[in-house]
Design a protein around this ligand. Structure first.
Ligand code: GUN
Length: 287
């Protein structure tokens, strides 16, 4: 039986509709709209697309989008000064600095300068620590969205073996924390893992977050597994290019129980969860 297709585009659209209703209720009650500030340094084409998409979806659900598009030569001091202003601005609920940053800027110093209460990316060490210790934290958007997609096909994950391939701070590590918090037995695999196919074949939930096109195939998937493909890789396709995941979708769809496509799987969930984090931040401030 072919795998159930997990439709991230539809799940994200339904989440955004719910968020828009929450925002509208606050505004109807005479409160200000939530505000999300996004900073982009330089002209990385993929980052420009993401930031434009974030701004569009922010305003579509009735929130205020504040954009800082800065030249590539922007200094670290300038960026820190802008963050300090946004930290102090009561109309700003979320601050996101688009990564990657140019090499002359220390990304860790920038992330640590963001007020943890406005860190809607969940990258600040305070939020990373709270997630690890089971406290109230902003959860990074891609893992939060991936968990939501898993829950569309299985509510109780208790006792399942989850294998996360990839150990980035943005996806792999927080994803593992969320699966652990959901009572999964969690394995984190990476580029030095021996017998990757064998480890992956133990997974009831397999999360691919390595950024290598079509790296996981039929040899990596246990029959019936839930496969979450976080990869978004642009590859040549004849004269043009196309997007593919880290999973060879065609090779795996006959084996998995459920699978996210690329595009249209995890991708749309990331921005929807960013908006959700921003609204959560706003509501926390209101009390
Ligand atoms: N670059 C790629 N993904 C992300 C993300 O989720 N947040 C930020 N700030 N930068 C990114």
């Amino acid at each position: 039986m072919p795998a159930t297709l997990i439709d991230g585009k539809a799940v994200a659209a339904s989440l955004r509709a719910k968020l828009a209703m929450r925002v509208a209720a606050h505004v109807a009650a005479g409160k200000r709209a939530p505000g999300l500030a996004v900073m982009l340094v330089g002209e990385d084409p993929a980052s420009q697309v993401y930031v434009a998409s974030k701004a569009k979806q922010t305003t579509e659900i009735g929130m205020v989008s504040i954009e800082h598009k800065l030249p590539v030569e922007t200094s670290q001091a300038d960026l820190l000064a802008r963050i300090a202003k946004l930290n102090a601005d009561p109309s700003v609920d979320g601050i996101l600095v688009q990564l990657p940053l140019p090499p002359h800027i220390d990304a860790d110093a920038i992330i640590e300068a963001i007020d943890p209460a406005k860190d809607v990316d969940g990258f600040h060490p305070v939020n990373v620590g709270r997630l690890a210790t089971g406290g109230k934290a902003f959860v990074p958007c891609t893992p939060r969205g991936s968990m939501r997609l898993i829950r569309t096909v299985r509510a109780d994950l208790s006792g399942l073996h989850a294998v996360v391939v990839g150990r980035s701070n943005i996806v792999g590590k927080p994803m593992a924390q969320l699966l652990l918090a959901a009572n999964c037995t969690v394995t984190i695999a990476h580029s030095r893992t021996t017998d990757l196919p064998g480890i992956c074949r133990q997974a009831d939930i397999l999360v691919a977050a390595v950024g290598r096109p079509l790296m996981l195939n039929a040899a990596h998937v246990k029959p019936g597994a839930i496969v979450i493909d976080v990869g978004i890789n642009r590859v040549p396709a004849g004269e043009k290019t196309k997007l593919v995941g880290d999973v060879d979708f065609e090779a795996v769809r006959g084996i998995a129980g459920a699978i996210t496509p690329v595009p249209g799987g995890v991708g749309p969930m990331t921005i929807a969860c960013l908006l959700e984090n921003t609204l959560d931040s706003y509501e926390l401030k209101l009390g």
